[in-house]
Structure formats: structure tokens, C-alpha cells
Write a protein that binds this ligand. Structure first.
Ligand SMILES: [Ca+2]
Ligand SMILES: [Ca+2]
Length: 501
């Protein structure tokens, strides 16, 4: 054997030894990793007890989770709409990077992201069993295109959703005529078993109680309510007084000092305006319905957490609970999402489990985008350099740990919100601005942009350099500009057009 072939033989032997020894070691590493319980709540704003977004809301189980973990009190979505928010979280990229701003496209249909390893896939690649039930992505897309890619999750439970529908809508027809925009008491028999959110909890509970796997689990449970239609059974309504004490605080003519372009982000929505709610005597009803749905979902979160405790896995499971964006219930004259104010961007973000200090609240800005990087950090997975989030592990250990970057939200090209501990700054595509001092004006009533020019200029520096236009196939809630004319879902908005009801 010459020297070259001896070296080659030695290398081959080393490779073989590595294969024999490294694989079991990796498997052992994976076995030691904590489980992940990943809980999403659709359209859940900060009307959660521990976040103090509504003085009367009752969410005892979510509050108990916050008490045993770290509550991020200044957490914000990256886009105030389901698909772009969830795509950003699962890919670890901003909507201003991907161009996914609307309810379409599904990101796997965009060539640039077809093969990108998303959050659950990264856990699967690192030895986890990944399971999904309910709404985690905007749509339950299970099959990889052309059957070539790894599936988004390995095990799929029920898709969930809002459950059964009453024989006819419970509220008067809305201007946009969308059947989902409805709310009230349903089903009438006070039985929650037909609710999609009950069924996904049942399924997740069975998985938690099932035979232990030699792999850690990544279990995603995506609640649909309080997304519209806000149907809940009577017992959840009974938690709230049937009087105007439930209504959120608003300021009459609050939008006199917001730019006209603030309307372009939600020019025409299925969700109704405050004016419509007042004209039809529905404001209190929608608010109570939303609160009722929130308390119902909280009870399901409670069932899930109680089961986890019973399995003895609690101390070896990272729990992260998040909402995908906020929701207006009359504030700033609208209902729904698609805004860059705190009401549209602030979300629950709660962490508990190994490596997380219990009983903390942290007011540092946090982004849903950070969840991917944080989970990698907490579970000891190999770091990735292609994610735009920043691990929150330092704050989860010590809530006072510093963090420089504000929370950044965008909605369609050119529109950004920047949230620090003190300020909310908004800049729209036409250059119009808003600035609120969140410490003295938490309801964002007084726009200071014209007087505090230096603060605006400082905050504007955080606007991302990359500001992608809509990805191919974009649709629904898409705002673009042609020359200087705003185009809402393909139709130009003229300067004298009245703001639609
Ligand atoms: Ca949503
Ligand atoms: Ca105002």
C-alpha cells in the first residue's frame, strides 16, 4: 500500500468510526432536548388578563402560565394579518423580506421559499417528532408541492376551525356581506364539544398521554377563536356584564390627527366599522362575543396544560404561547386587523419551561420573529445564520437584560410601525407619519409626529432597508402604489374618494 492509499484507507476508517459513533451520540443529544409545546391563538389581541389589555377579561389559565414563566409585555407581530404574520414566524423572515403581505400566496408557491426549511421542519431535522393540529399556518397546507419536500409537520391532527354554524347569521348583514363576520351565542345547548378548538385540544391531550416516544416532541396546537365568527356558548358570555362597562375606551374623532393614508391599509375590509356597530346596536355584543371566545379558548389551554403537568413532562417542555396579531373592537373607529397601532400589533407572547425564569414580566420589545431563534437557543439546536429574529433567551433568563432592537411591524410595501419601550412610530408609503408616547398615551390618541421631529427621524432609522413588493400570487388585503396613486386590491383610490363604511 503506498502512502496515498494508506491515507485514504485511514480517512475511510475514520469516516466509518464517525458514522458508527456520531449517530448514536446525536440521537442521545436529541433525546436530551426539551419538548416544545407551541400554542397559537388566532386573532388574539392583548385582551388577556396578564397583559391588562381589558380590565374585565377572564383568562385564568393563560395567566397561570404567565405566572410560571416569562411574560413578554411588549411583544408585536411582524404583520397585522394571518398569512404574512405566520409566514414570517415560521420562516424567520420579515414580510418586508419575503414580500408575503396578503392572505395569498402560500409561501411554498414562491420559488424563493419553496425549499426553505421552516421552523417545524428544522426541529424534525434535529431529531424531533413534529405534530400539528388546528391553525398553525394560515391554511392547513399538508402536502409539499410536487411531493419532493419534507412535509411541514410529520403528524397531522384535526384541522379545527370554529365548529358548527347557526342555521342563519346571528347579526344583521354587514356592508361587505362576508358570512364569517358574525358573532353571538352558539351552539344554544351550552355544549362546547362541537367546537373545533375543543376537538384539537382532545387530540393534543391524547398525544400527550400516548406512549412516550424516544424522540422529543414538537407539538403545535393552533386555536381558531376568537377569530370571527365569534361564536361561544352562553356560559362564556355569562362571565361578562351585559352593559357598557365592557366597551373599550375610545376617543371621539380619534382619527382627526391620523393621516388619510392610515385608512388605505384597511380601505375595505369584511370586518365592520365602529359606525356600523353603533347604528345596529352591536358594539356591546361583538365585544362580549370576543371576550367570551377568549375565555373559552383559555379554558382549552388550561386542559392542555393540566394534561402536560399530569404526564410528568412539564419540567422538560418549553411552552410558547402566542397570538398572530391584534384586533380592534371599535378603537380608531374600526374592528379587525390590518393596522400598525398597538391594538393591531400587540400580542400575547408567553414562555415557560427549562431555562426560563418563572414569574417574570419583560417589557423589552419582542417580535414573533424571535420565536424561531429563541426555540433553537433554548433547545440547543445548531444555530442558523439565515434568520432575522434575535433569541429572547437573555430576557427569558433575566427580564432586565438589554435589547437594542425595537419591534418592527409592516403591512404592505412602504408601511412600517416601530415600537420601543416608550414610542410607537408609524410611517406610511406616502411619507405620512404618526408618533405616540406609549408611556403617557397608551391608547395612541395624540399624534406627536409634527412636533417631535427628532424622535421620528431617530426611529425611522430602524425601517428595514429591504422593502419587498408583493410576492408573485399576492392577493387579499394588498395595497400597492402606481405612480403616487394607492391601489387597494387592484382598484385605485382617488384623492376625493370617501372612506368606505
Ligand atoms: Ca389571525
Ligand atoms: Ca387621535
Amino acid at each position: 500500500m503506498n502512502r496515498f492509499s494508506r491515507t485514504a484507507a485511514l480517512l475511510a476508517l475514520c469516516s466509518l468510526l464517525w458514522l458508527i459513533t456520531a449517530r448514536p451520540a446525536e440521537a442521545a443529544d436529541a433525546r436530551r432536548r426539551p419538548n416544545v409545546l407551541f400554542i397559537a391563538i388566532d386573532d388574539q389581541n392583548d385582551w388577556v388578563g396578564c397583559l391588562k389589555g381589558h380590565p374585565l377579561v377572564k383568562t385564568p389559565h393563560i395567566d397561570a402560565l404567565a405566572a410560571r414563566g416569562t411574560l413578554m409585555t411588549n411583544a408585536h407581530c411582524q404583520a397585522p394579518l394571518c398569512n404574512p404574520s405566520r409566514t414570517s414566524l415560521m420562516l424567520g423572515l420579515r414580510p418586508s423580506t419575503t414580500g408575503i403581505h396578503g392572505l395569498e400566496p402560500w409561501f411554498r408557491n414562491v420559488p424563493e421559499f419553496r425549499d426553505r426549511v421552516a421552523l417545524p421542519q428544522y426541529f424534525a431535522a434535529n431529531g424531533y417528532q413534529t405534530l400539528s393540529t388546528g391553525k398553525l399556518y394560515h391554511s392547513a397546507r399538508r402536502d409539499p408541492p410536487q411531493g419532493k419536500l419534507a412535509p411541514e409537520f410529520q403528524v397531522w391532527g384535526p384541522a379545527g376551525g370554529f365548529g358548527t354554524r347557526p342555521p342563519m347569521r346571528l347579526t344583521p348583514p354587514t356592508p361587505q356581506g362576508n358570512p364569517l363576520v358574525d358573532w353571538g351565542v352558539w351552539p344554544l345547548d351550552n355544549d362546547d364539544s362541537s367546537k373545533g378548538d375543543t376537538q384539537i385540544t382532545d387530540w393534543a391531550i391524547e398525544r400527550l398521554r400516548g406512549p412516550a416516544s424516544d424522540q422529543p416532541f414538537f407539538l403545535g396546537v393552533g386555536y381558531f377563536l376568537p377569530h370571527v365568527p365569534c361564536y361561544a356558548t352562553q356560559k362564556w358570555f355569562d362571565l361578562y356584564p351585559d352593559d357598557d362597562s365592557v366597551l373599550p375606551l375610545i376617543q371621539p374623532n380619534d382619527r382627526d390627527d391620523t393621516p388619510r393614508s392610515s385608512w388605505y391599509l384597511h380601505w375595505q375590509l369584511p370586518e365592520v366599522r365602529l359606525k356600523w356597530l353603533q347604528q345596529h346596536n352591536q358594539w356591546r355584543n361583538i365585544v362580549r362575543s370576543y371576550l367570551a371566545c377568549t375565555s373559552f379558548v383559555d379554558s382549552q389551554v388550561g386542559r392542555l396544560l393540566q394534561t402536560l403537568d399530569g404526564t410528568g413532562q412539564r419540567d422538560n417542555t418549553i411552552i410558547v404561547l402566542w397570538g398572530d396579531h391584534g384586533w380592534h373592537l371599535g378603537e380608531k373607529e374600526i374592528t379587525g386587523k390590518n393596522t400598525l397601532w398597538d391594538r393591531g400589533t400587540r400580542v400575547p407572547l408567553i414562555w415557560a419551561g427549562p431555562g426560563i425564569t418563572p414569574g417574570q414580566t419583560c417589557g423589552r420589545p419582542a417580535e414573533l420573529l424571535d420565536i424561531f431563534s429563541t426555540l433553537i437557543d433554548l433547545c440547543g439546536l445548531p444555530a442558523r445564520d439565515d434568520l432575522e429574529g434575535i433569541s429572547l433567551a437573555p430576557q427569558l433568563k433575566d427580564a432586565s437584560a438589554s435589547r437594542e432592537r425595537p419591534a418592527i411591524t409592516s403591512h404592505n410595501q412602504g408601511n412600517f410601525g416601530i415600537r420601543t419601550e416608550k414610542w410607537r412610530y408609524i410611517r406610511y408609503a406616502d411619507g405620512a407619519e404618526e408618533l405616540y408616547d406609549m408611556q403617557t398615551d397608551p391608547h395612541e390618541w395624540i399624534n406627536l409626529a409634527s412636533t417631535r421631529r427628532g424622535v421620528c427621524a431617530d426611529l425611522a432609522k430602524w425601517i428595514p432597508k429591504r422593502d419587498a413588493g408583493p410576492a408573485p400570487g399576492s392577493a387579499h388585503r394588498i395595497l400597492t402604489h402606481y405612480d403616487k396613486t394607492p391601489i387597494w386590491e387592484g382598484k385605485p383610490i382617488q384623492p376625493m374618494d370617501e372612506i368606505p363604511d
